[in-house]
Ligand binder design. Structure first.
Ligand SMILES: Cc1cc2nc3c(=O)[nH]c(=O)nc-3n(C[C@H](O)[C@H](O)[C@H](O)COP(=O)(O)OP(=O)(O)OC[C@H]3O[C@@H](n4cnc5c(N)ncnc54)[C@H](O)[C@@H]3O)c2cc1C
Length: 420
């Protein structure tokens, strides 16, 4: 009660704080945009404000490796103040409301902010709670249930694999916007247990109707799954988790199936933050409704979005963020400072690297309409050792050493600013 009084008094008395550019979210997208805006000299850092409630920035891609026993959780996180460009303003209270008509943002403590340009980069929320009983089992250290989508549950998966002595393993996937990520932990678990000669029965339950949305990669992964004796069940959605028992539902017929398990990996359903829809910025699913090629909001010319929270109809990955960032910045500068129309340059590029073992990776790269867009076609006709070396060693280096300095251009390599 005392807190609430404090909040409303603060809201009443505090003056709005203005920034030329407001960025909601200091995850991969928010960090990359702020770093490139500063590096390219478009804004002095003090004119940019990032809203991010978490003290630590997470390289979520690394959580796959945590679950796979290939890296420690603390290697995937760094304090926000160490990665955010120097002198960029940071507000550590979550945004609860935007008024795009008045160019204002309100944070949970009632503070009001105004902006000239707004970039929404608030990612997605992982909705474990929508699966009945899932959180109870995930939070029970004795229950053999984990998930690479949160670092603590990824640590649990690693421990589960190390201690597993045989039985039935289930991997569940809801409808997902990146099908590569869940496959990683299936193959890595298989590899580690095979190396120990543990007797296993692997079952993958996917809500989607194919192993991977792009036929070429679906075929390659399907063959690998077959070779490794993994059983795939399509169009099945996990709806309930109990002690050593799960309930799935067929996404079409709604018929329910139960199964026992000795090991369960859950991919959580994902959804955008509620403030997006509540502020009138969302599409019918609540994602920030931006033009698929310019990244500009369909109604508000000074609102932009990229990354997982955006409506961009492509697989949601950090690789996609790297391709989206320079286009968003170019269009923001063109429309605001040069009074020119935005350029429709983003074609949906994304990439999903899939560990098929702890020595090889299949690098899937594509763009809108399921078109392949491969950088190294010779190495992408199957899983490859070279792609593994890039994924395991080079990408984390590029993220922590180049991306946070605004120097990483994704597959364009190290970026040298060439102007708008
Ligand atoms: C296990 C796993 C493995 C992955 N593997 C790969 C991979 O191999 N390759 C790849 O390219 N991608 C991979 N990804 C995907 C990649 O991590 C995401 O696509 C990327 O992080 C998206 O960046 P983002 O900034 O949009 O979202 P995030 O990085 O999630 O950042 C969003 C930020 O917004 C903040 N936020 C949320 N709500 C608010 C609010 N109300 N106010 C203020 N701030 C808010 C959050 O705290 C968060 O820090 C993986 C993801 C996971 C979970």
């Amino acid at each position: 009660m005392r807190n609430l009084n404090h909040v409303s008094l603060y809201a009443f008395t505090a003056r709005a704080i203005h920034s030329q550019v407001a960025i909601i979210g200091g995850g991969t997208a928010g960090l990359n945009v702020s770093a490139q805006l500063v590096r390219d000299g478009h804004y002095i850092p003090q004119q940019i404000r990032v809203f991010e409630p978490y003290k630590m920035h997470a390289y979520q891609t690394g959580w796959t490796l945590v679950g796979g026993g290939m890296c420690k959780a603390d290697q995937t996180m760094k304090p926000m103040e160490k990665v955010l460009p120097k002198n960029v303003c940071l507000s550590d209270c979550p945004v609860v409301k935007i008024d795009p008509e008045q160019n204002t943002i309100v944070t949970m403590d009632g503070q009001k902010y105004t902006y000239d340009q707004l970039i929404v980069a608030s990612g997605v929320q992982r909705d474990y709670a929508s699966i009945k009983g899932a959180l109870e089992q995930l939070n029970n250290p004795e229950a053999p249930v984990g998930s690479i989508y949160y670092y603590r549950y990824a640590q649990k998966i690693d421990k589960m694999i190390r201690e597993f002595e045989g039985g039935k393993l289930i991997f569940s996937e809801p409808p997902t916007k990146c099908e590569g990520i869940p496959s990683n932990i299936v193959f890595l678990t298989h590899e580690r247990l095979s190396a120990r000669n543990v007797k296993c029965d692997f079952h993958v339950y996917k809500a989607n109707d194919s192993i991977f949305g792009i036929p070429k990669y679906s075929e390659i992964l399907g063959e690998l799954a077959h070779e490794k004796g993994l059983h795939c069940h399509l169009k099945k959605r996990l709806i309930e988790v109990q002690d050593h028992k799960v309930i799935f539902e067929d996404v079409e017929t709604k018929q329910q199936y139960t199964s026992d398990y000795d090991f369960l990996h859950i991919v959580p359903p994902q959804k955008p933050a509620a403030f997006i829809a509540e502020s009138g910025l969302g599409d019918s699913d609540g994602y920030v409704n931006v033009h698929p090629n310019t990244l500009q909001h369909v109604r508000y010319a000074n609102v932009w979005a990229l990354g997982d929270c955006s409506s961009l109809p492509t697989s949601k990955t950090a690789a996609a963020v790297m391709a989206q960032t320079p286009i968003l910045i170019k269009n923001l500068i063109r429309t605001w400072k040069m009074k020119l129309p935005p350029l429709p340059e983003y074609e949906g590029y994304t990439s999903c690297p899939v560990y098929t073992s702890n020595k090889k990776v299949l690098l899937a790269e594509f763009k809108y309409n399921k078109q392949l867009d491969e950088t190294f076609p010779v190495f992408q006709s199957s899983d490859s050792k070279l792609m593994y070396l890039m994924k395991k060693h080079f990408f984390p280096f590029a993220y922590w050493q180049l991306m946070v300095r605004g120097l990483w251009g994704g597959r364009d390599g190290i970026r040298l600013f060439k102007g708008v």
